[in-house]
Design a protein around this ligand. Sequence first.
Ligand code: J2J
Length: 546
Amino acid sequence: MTETTDAPGYPAEFAERYRAAGYWRGETFGQMLRDRAQAHPDRIAIVDPSGEGRRWTYGELDLRADRLAAGFLAHGIGKGDRVVVQLPNVAEFFEVVFALFRIGALPVFALPAHRETEIRHFCAFTEAAAYVIADVSEGYDYRELASKVRAEVPGLKHVFVAGDPGEHTALAAVPTEPVAVIPDAPAPHELAFLQLSGGSTGVPKLIPRTHDDYIYSLWGSNEICGVDEDSVYLCALPAAHNFPLSSPGTLGALYAGARVVLARRPSPDVAFPLIAAEGVTITGLVPPLALVWTEAAAETPYDLSSLQVLLVGGAKFSEEAARRVRPALGCTLQQVFGMAEGLVNYTRLDDPEEIIVTTQGRPISPADEVRVVDDEDNDLPAGETGHLLTRGPYTIRGYWRAPEHNATAFTADGFYRTGDVVRRTETGHLVVEGRAKDQINRGGEKVAAEEIENHILAHPAVHDAAVVSMPDAYLGERTCAYVVLREGAAPVKSIAIKKFVRERGLAAFKVPDRVEFVTEFPQTGIGKVSKKDLRAAIAAQVAAAA
Ligand code: J2J
């Protein structure tokens, strides 16, 4: 990426080094799909069992992306324009993102769980030209959400709907005859899309990824996870999330010329029949789902024997649970510790079982620079626990349009401060020991404490709020909001705070699981709220109740 005012790019000397070492192959997503389609047009690329069921070949996906790209251009959407994409796991997701990749417009990957507040922010902050949704999914009507957002963000010119468009434009009406040459097609070093950060700040930050860097993370992952053209990848998590998108994910599978099977939900009742029917070889899950699957596998009538690799990541997978994967599912567990900002670590398929169950893996690339440091940024030896900093050929150098935040989220020499607290073993594997960022990891779904605190603070009876994690047997962590009410305010019920947050238009996973009312917060030595004490207090309460 060349330096732009939107995001800091890779310094020239690093870009040259990554190219010379062969990590950046000079490919773009648009060309990548074209190459696969030319090599084997009739192989199946996407299986979408929803509705009447769709099986798109590489040739068909390529043609659809071309036609949709031409249609987007005809609608005035072009290079560099942002398009918020909020789709469930449907075939159109791939048609849309490859069409956008081809014309150099940037998908902004929203999750199906996002609601008005988040979508309004993504559309307004990115000055999006368009917003792509499904009509109704899981009982929720996205067209109504789009109408509200459109009324509030006047710059948003188009809403495209996969399915019945209502008052918006049908996605199916957009494609036109492919254009012979796409004007100003994106170059490999340019931005491909904006990914969402889990974040720890008031509003989610956007992560600018280039074709070069992301494509490296794909083929690098494919090599480590054994994905080749005979693989069948089941996308069970929301397709837009970085893990199922790229580790090695749907895009890794398409890079390999493999088959992608889409599950509308990750539950065994949906996923297991698909594994059996499609001969799924590899998939990825967050830890709570991996637990559900290992339990359900014992009783399932479906044949899961095609499954070779189960990736588990997004949150810490306990050793105890990790040990159950192979006996229950008959496949190799691969732990993955990744982040949408870049760095991805995997246990290797041939690592000893002890390493597979007790570590979160090691980086994809020999060029990934990993530092474990103390509070003063001094490097720590193997075996000691500290902050993880990283820099490398697929880790961003800064968030999109966030210069102030970048000044603290990155070191002066470009290392990303992950906010994760890790220990590096003698073998070079990382063990995630905790987190320094103010975030709750709710079974892989990230909740920024500050974002929720700000919403609670908007409640008229609330004087102060502090959101912390509390231990949970199933999700690992849930959110607990400590609230101080205004003096003289009438008593408020927990449920009223939860309802208030939900009605502010947030993803359901961000609504506090528990609300505790207190008269004051414990303080640290320097007079800040001691979240450490709050976490300890709620953990003790949870333990006592168990
Ligand atoms: C502990 N914490 C983990 C793990 C991520 C692959 C896999 C996951 C993500 C992802 C991803 C963890 N053990 N195994 O993008 O490509 C926590 C860390 C990390 C944060 C990143 C991928 N795996 N985490 O989860 O951007 O705190 O990416 O910094 O959503 O999740 O979250 P996210």
